[in-house]
Design a protein. Sequence first.
Length: 221
Amino acid sequence: MKEYELLYCDESGGSAKMVTALAELLRQVAHDGSPSRAWRNEHAKDGNIHELWAAAADAEVLVRVAGLAADPKALVLAACACARMVLPLVPEGDGRPRLAVEAAEAWARGEVSSSDARRASDAAFDARSDVEPDSSRDGTTGWRRVDRAISAARGASAATDSPTIASTIDAVAYAIDCAAHAAPAADLANVVRGCLACPTLEQLSAPSARERATRPFWATW
């Protein structure tokens, strides 16, 4: 099994196959500029990827696929929506992560500059140092979940200050990955689907899609 398949397999049975197919789509767009005829024949017989899009339960994969065509502001809003799912884990009284998310949302509406959002992101980063480790036996609970929730908020606001669309996609994916350590994967995937449209095959084959594609999942091949 190739590395990208291992990275994307989840515990949801059929969904894992859908996620793996989307991961292969990302690889082909990055390497070849468009999905191959064989991939289209197997996964897009009707001329679209709606079935894959609807079934995959991995929010990070979904946002990377959508990112091949989506507006950067829509991507940031998707990251904010995922970060909001885990904000309740932040200790009461510490508003820095929430303010970071709100700053990113304001940036997407054109109300603040990316520099303003970045300052809010830096403040959220400082909030991580105030999280005290506990004695949780499960690494997905306790302070680790709090740390990931704060990181999700920080990543969402940091995405507003990315120099390229590819780096925006990376920052948004990072935020969503952090949220995935503290929220159900299927719920996050539904949030992403609610924020971003499923791209068309025409959009996935456009030259701009390859420019947007990044290599975090196959860089070590």
